[in-house]
Design a binder for this molecule. Sequence first.
Ligand code: FEO
Length: 163
Amino acid sequence: MLSKTLQEAINEQIKNELYSAYLYLSMSAYCEANNLPGSARWMRLQSQEETAHAMKLFDYMNDRGARVVLQAIDQPTAEFESPLDIFQQVLAHEQKVTGLINKLYELAVKENDYPTQIELQWFIAEQVEEEKSANDVVELMKAIGDHGPSLIMADRQLGSRED
Ligand code: FEO
C-alpha cells in the first residue's frame, strides 16, 4: 500500500501533468491564432503526451489500491511574445517538471517504496527527452531570429511531428 504522503504527492504530480497538458493546449491555441499551424500541431501533440503522463500515474495509483483525488488546475498563460518565447517557456516548464519528478523520486526512496521508484524511473528518462526536444526547438528559433521565410519553413517542420 502506498503511504498517505506518497499518495498525496502522486495526486499532486497528476495535477502537474494535467497542468502541462493545459499549458501546451493554450500554446497550441495561441499558435493557431498567430499563423503557426505547424507549431500548433506540435503543441497539441505535446499536450496529448502530457495527458498520457497523467494517466500513467492515475493507473499506477489504481494498481496500488490508492485513491486518485483530482486537484484544481490553474489557468495557463494565454499570450506569448514570439515563437522563441513560447519554446523558451516550454523548456523552462520542462526543467521545472524534472525537478518535481526528482523530488517525488526522493520521497519514494525515503519511504522505501520500491515499486514507485521503478514507476518514476520511466518519468526520469522521459524528462531527458522532453528537455532535449524543447531545447532543440529553442536553438532552432534562436538561429532563425526574425527571418520570416525561415520561420515558415521551421513551422512546417514542427508540424511534421508524428506523435
Ligand atoms: Fe510530463 Fe513534459 O513532462
